[in-house]
Design a binder for this molecule. Sequence first.
Ligand SMILES: Cc1cc2nc3c(=O)[nH]c(=O)nc-3n(C[C@H](O)[C@H](O)[C@H](O)COP(=O)(O)OP(=O)(O)OC[C@H]3O[C@@H](n4cnc5c(N)ncnc54)[C@H](O)[C@@H]3O)c2cc1C
Length: 366
Amino acid sequence: MDFSWTSEQSALREEAASVAADAVARFGRSNDSWINGYSKEFSKELGAHGWIGMTWPDNPYSGPARPGLDRLIVGEEMIKAGAPIAASWFADRQMGPALLAYGTPDQQDAFLPAIVAGETTWCIGMSEPNAGSDLASLKTSAERQGDEFVINGQKIWTSFGAVADYCYLICRTSSDGPPHAGISEVIVPMDTPGIEVRPIKDMTTNRHFSEVFFTDVRVPVANLVGQEGAAFKQTMRQLEHERGGIDRLVSNFALYRMALERADTSDPVVRQEIAALEIAYRIGRILVVREVLKQAPAGFSAATKCFCTEHEIRVAEFVARVFGPEATLWDDLTRGLVYAPGYTIMGGTSNVMRNILGERVLGLPR
Ligand SMILES: Cc1cc2nc3c(=O)[nH]c(=O)nc-3n(C[C@H](O)[C@H](O)[C@H](O)COP(=O)(O)OP(=O)(O)OC[C@H]3O[C@@H](n4cnc5c(N)ncnc54)[C@H](O)[C@@H]3O)c2cc1C
């Protein structure tokens, strides 16, 4: 078996690295740039390169599906460099595949061309103040009135809530039956009357996420994606897409590179720490590649996410040790370090990932 990259893949990596470096020079660098690096302009450039929707199944909007490894290569180069890919990342990773799988032809025509061109930003309205890990307990309701849904409730931690064009809203269209029944997915344009967005300042002083309040927000029933009241499985499938990607492994790689330049490699303990992190980067990458090639068992992306994001926390701890008190100066480095605890929370916490691995993948008793 030949594990080396093909010449086409190497050329793509080189091109992506050069585009990423240019973007960082023009727009600045971010840690975890798929969440913190927001540039609509660069998003359109990604679209022009054909790097949005590149691995979606064959369709008239993004064209024939490219191999999963191509997206891994482009994503890895962007995120490692800290290039601002956030404006299109959610739509590329989740909304596009969801609309292709469950959307109507009208919805696909209406939304996919702008996503592929990098023109629209989507946020995901899933978490609520009392429904994070336990998503099935969500309360935001969409009540059918004629040919409209009337939406009431509150979402929280909504990344890009303040800048998004559309919210992919997970809401309750019925309260009958068990909690996971009655959940639906509805597209909500963020300029619809009745939406109030209150940005939340995180520990890094960024305001990338928000509380989003819905008061009698009216959207056409035609904005329902998939089956009414039966979306829980759809949502779980999207989370599968969300968890096993390269974005979970290399989001603070730039900090690691800074620490490597500074680290005292004459110290055997430091050398061992570096060796352990290098090994973990390689294991994490194998796990991600298995996801990308669809060789991992169903549900295993929970384990991939858990391993990779816990590695990202260890990277941050190593960086803090290397820089010592300097890491507390309020700069890019400090922001990267105080942001790091979020890696094992967003997209599902490590505890919840372990539950999924134990119960769904290994079939252990609850
Ligand atoms: C940077 C960032 C961006 C985010 N972006 C978005 C977004 O765009 N859209 C969105 O909808 N949400 C977003 N989130 C929210 C995220 O999905 C939730 O924070 C996460 O799912 C955890 O939910 P919670 O905060 O309510 O914590 P809780 O569910 O209240 O968990 C609290 C603690 O209890 C533990 N716990 C809970 N249930 C169990 C269990 N069954 N077994 C063992 N332990 C358990 C958890 O591990 C955790 O330690 C974001 C979060 C972060 C940090």
